[in-house]
Design a protein around this ligand. Structure first.
Ligand code: S3P
Length: 450
């Protein structure tokens, strides 16, 4: 789990010509769901390409604590022997989800409709994040939650003995909340309905269908209406986890801002609920192309080719695109710093409750590096300074947030003076090979603060 060892400062300095192939790790969202749905199936699920980052490993441990057999076969191959829907055993230990909001929220949902009790905790970042958004709908199923003030971890969930199905409109655009309700609905008799006004990543819906659940999605006046029939027998699957577009964002953006670069990032899922960053970068004038566009496992997939893009223009990012790129705003704000003109990012209140308050973390670091940033509760605007004009030369805080750490290390590749991140250890939660992969492309990232 991150944030428990000594901090690992890292410094990134100006480099030229990132070149080569960036094989980024497996998708984090799909990796968590593969382990959880595997644990809820009857029989053996095989997973290849699992992200072996700390967040996902914590979910694997949790699935073992609830009674599933989870085995690492090596080389990204995993085997999960599930206990079936409603088959979770009561864990004898506290479930530590480390840094992972997705892990804890999905697992809380999964166990909330079984007659068992479990206590959840996490690192300082996770213990500061709101859980009421999940425990409120879980209470409708009959589960009870006892946590710290403000609905924070550590928290004990007492699962419902006789769960009832629910109809729930998700009040914030959140795939984690949607997924927690759907996973709880699995063990409630009858139909559970989840309505989301704005579409968020739809991996849970797609994967539940793949595991044999009866699930329908309908576009209605009130939004996306998802209907799940409870108490199915989930059938084990062979899953190939696609590579993570949110991790691909870092080598892609690094190539765009680093002079002379030409980087290929193969096999990236372009599910429209995830691909908003790439559309935005192209609108800003980035030289980013999709090669070998194809369909795999029902999802559009392409090899991304990103080249240095000296003529970037700031744009107003459409607020309705926010959910499809919610994890990518930090690194977008870095690219925006090197563009001509302002980049406006609106409708992004959710950024304030991620692993850190991402608007605050980025705004402070960007300002320290010489970039003007204006912000409000649900918006921020970055005034681009153009290439060769962003000073850098500062140490910034990563705040136990992997994406803040990686964003500032990408920034240092094009600032005039190096950028130092006070603690890069959280990168291991989602992108454990970041340092070696970036080095193989030609980055100049070193450990330490100089
Ligand atoms: C995720 C949903 C998003 C995202 C997170 C992964 C998921 O969180 O930020 O990194 O796998 O469901 P929210 O549901 O809070 O938007």
């Amino acid at each position: 789990m991150s944030g428990h060892g000594a901090p690992v400062p890292m410094t990134s300095r100006k480099c030229t010509a990132l070149k080569g192939v960036a094989n980024v790790p497996g998708d984090k969202s799909i990796s968590h769901r593969s382990l959880i749905l595997g644990a809820l199936s009857v029989g053996e699920t095989r997973i290849s390409g699992l992200l072996e980052g700390e967040d996902v490993i914590d979910t694997a441990k949790a699935m073992r604590a609830f009674g599933a057999e989870v085995e690492d076969l090596g080389g990204g191959e995993w085997r999960v022997h599930g206990v079936g829907v409603g088959g979770f055993a009561e864990p004898s230990q506290v479930i530590d989800c480390g840094n992972s909001g997705t892990g804890v929220r999905l697992i809380m949902g999964t166990m909330a409709t079984s007659p068992i009790t479990a206590t959840f905790t996490g690192d300082a970042s996770l213990c500061s994040r709101p859980m009421g958004r999940v425990t409120d709908p879980l209470a409708l199923f009959g589960a009870r939650a006892y946590g710290r003030t403000g609905g924070r971890l550590p928290m004990t969930i007492v699962g419902a003995k006789d769960p009832v199905p629910v109809t729930y409109t998700v009040p914030v655009p959140s795939a984690q909340v949607k997924s927690a309700v759907l996973l709880a609905g699995l063990n409630a008799p009858g139909k559970t309905l989840v309505i989301e006004k704005e579409a968020t990543r739809d991996h849970t819906e797609r994967m539940l269908a793949g595991f044999g659940a009866e699930i329908t999605v309908e576009e209605a006046a009130e939004g996306r209406v998802i209907t799940l029939t409870g108490q199915p027998e989930l059938k084990p699957q062979d899953i190939v986890v696609p590579r993570d577009p949110s991790s691909a964002a870092f080598p892609v953006c690094a190539a765009i801002i680093t002079e002379g670069s030409d980087v290929l990032v193969p096999n990236i899922g372009l599910n429209p609920t995830r691909a908003g960053l790439f559309t935005t970068l192209r609108e800003m004038g980035a030289d980013l192309s999709y090669e070998n566009l194809r369909e795999e496992g029902g999802e559009p997939v392409a090899d991304l080719r990103a080249r240095y893009s000296p003529d970037l223009k700031g744009i107003a990012v459409p607020p309705e695109r926010a959910a499809s790129m919610i994890d990518e705003y930090p690194v977008l704000s870095v690219v925006a710093s090197f563009a001509e003109g302002k980049t406006e990012m609106r409708g992004v209140k959710e950024l304030r409750v991620k692993e850190s308050d991402r608007i605050d973390a980025m705004a402070k670091g960007l300002r320290a590096a010489g970039v003007t940033v204006d912000e409000g509760e649900d918006w921020w605007v970055v005034e681009g300074r153009g290439f060769g004009n962003v000073p850098g030369g500062v140490m910034v805080e990563s705040r136990l947030d992997h994406r803040i750490a990686m964003s500032f290390l990408v920034m240092g590749m094009a600032t005039e003076k190096p950028m130092t991140v006070d603690d890069a250890s959280p990168i291991a939660t989602s992108f454990p090979i970041f340092e070696s992969l970036m080095a193989s492309l030609g980055s100049a990232i070193t450990r330490g603060n100089r």
